[in-house]
Design a protein around this ligand. Structure first.
Ligand code: SAH
Ligand code: SF4
Length: 354
């Protein structure tokens, strides 16, 4: 039996809420759940509940995340938060408004154990797994912000800090909450992985039709071993076999993420190697120029090189798009706000305060 007094608001599942309100009629549990997931408001604003109950919920179900920093860029179309969790860990969330959708990028761990050289989160090392509530609450805050911006969160990408498939159980429970209680279409949820084969296999057998993105960055083992150290445990042939099993089980499209690093993985030979594997798996390729990080100062590929690389893929029959680089002036790339905040708080002044 969990200690109900230390549950955070969105860690609390429906049974636990019912236990918390066991002296109340069932419809009160429904009203409170509705307030949490449909109205997404503070208990104080759940006007259908009696005052004493609102106070009880405020007191017994505190939020898990406190804002440590918030910044906007792209004329308000990109909003980034740095949150402090109950134990002092810091994580980040980014909300991006596009013409046709609003996407929130959430973290699943504080830090990351995978140690990819070019990634600020990897450079910082591993903290811990986030709880279901900490993951869900990031989406709730983004939905509240989107509402204030007269928008609606339509997509969630698990591409913030951490490796989602290394925190599988909480990820799975959070996905179910987003789908079942927040009403987000599973087809609009995308899990990004560095290539953890056991996690891909578990996902292949999950009943929810979420999207899978594999962060490839190199299509030969020598380079991938160097950029993405987990490749030594799950080399490309093993990873490709897992992708095939995933495709067979799910019948869903797969995508590859490829951060273009100047002079490292952006040459014609790299495009040819990537095209081979992407063609075999019918995968869509998302290209993004690398954002330089404090621990890996190599630049992203310049614009011309990005276009050439994309065209080289397309010529080989591979669908490839260049991802818009959102929020570069607020360091809205994986783990970078925290890295900047720790290294030089003054750097945050570059972004417009809100
Ligand atoms: N751990 C998961 C999800 C979080 S990282 C994964 O690796 O897929 C989300 C994406 O950001 C990954 O594709 C990752 O490779 C990419 N990324 C990390 N650091 C980056 C950087 N400095 N510039 C551009 N993309 C980066
Ligand atoms: Fe972890 Fe992903 Fe960063 Fe690699 S790129 S260190 S897996 S967060």
């Amino acid at each position: 039996m969990p200690d109900l007094n230390v549950l955070t608001r969105y860690d609390c599942d429906r049974d636990q809420l019912a236990a918390l309100l066991d002296d109340q009629p069932t419809y009160r549990v429904d009203q409170a759940w509705h307030g949490l997931y449909q109205l997404r408001c503070e208990p104080d604003d759940m006007t259908s509940l009696p005052m004493a109950l609102r106070e009880q919920l405020t007191h017994q179900l505190p939020l898990a995340l406190a804002v440590a920093a918030r910044s906007t860029s792209d004329e308000g179309a990109t909003i980034k938060w740095l949150w402090t969790c109950g134990d002092g860990s810091q994580i980040e969330t980014v909300l991006m408004h596009y013409d046709d959708r609003s996407t929130v990028c959430v973290s699943t761990q504080s830090g990351c154990a995978m140690g990819c050289r070019f990634c600020a989160t990897g450079q910082a090392g591993y903290g811990r797994n986030l709880s279901v509530g900490e993951i869900v609450e990031q989406v709730i805050h983004a939905q509240q912000q989107a509402g204030a911006d007269h928008r609606r969160v339509s997509n969630v990408v698990f591409m913030g800090m951490g490796e989602p498939l290394a925190n599988f159980d909480q990820l799975d429970a959070a996905v179910r909450r987003l789908h079942g209680d927040l009403g987000l279409s599973a087809r609009h949820l995308t899990i990004s992985t560095v290539g953890l084969v056991p996690g891909i296999d578990r996902l292949a057998h999950s009943d929810l039709p979420v999207n899978l993105a594999v962060s490839l960055h190199a299509a030969n083992d020598t380079l991938r071993d160097e950029l993405v150290p987990i490749n030594r445990r799950y080399p490309l042939a093993t990873l490709e076999a897992a992708c095939v099993r995933y495709l067979d089980a799910k019948g869903r499209r797969l995508s590859f993420e490829w951060a273009l690093i100047d002079g490292v993985n952006d040459q014609p030979r790299d495009a040819a190697e990537l095209a081979d594997i992407a063609y075999r798996l019918r995968a869509h390729v998302n290209l993004i120029p690398l954002n330089p990080t404090p621990g890996y100062l190599t630049q992203g590929t310049p614009r011309r090189g990005v276009v050439d690389f994309r065209d080289a893929l397309r010529e080989r029959g591979v669908r490839a798009t260049v991802r818009q680089n959102r929020g570069t002036d607020i360091d809205a790339a994986c783990g970078q706000l925290r890295a900047t905040a720790e290294a030089a708080p003054v750097a945050l002044r570059r972004s417009r305060p809100t």
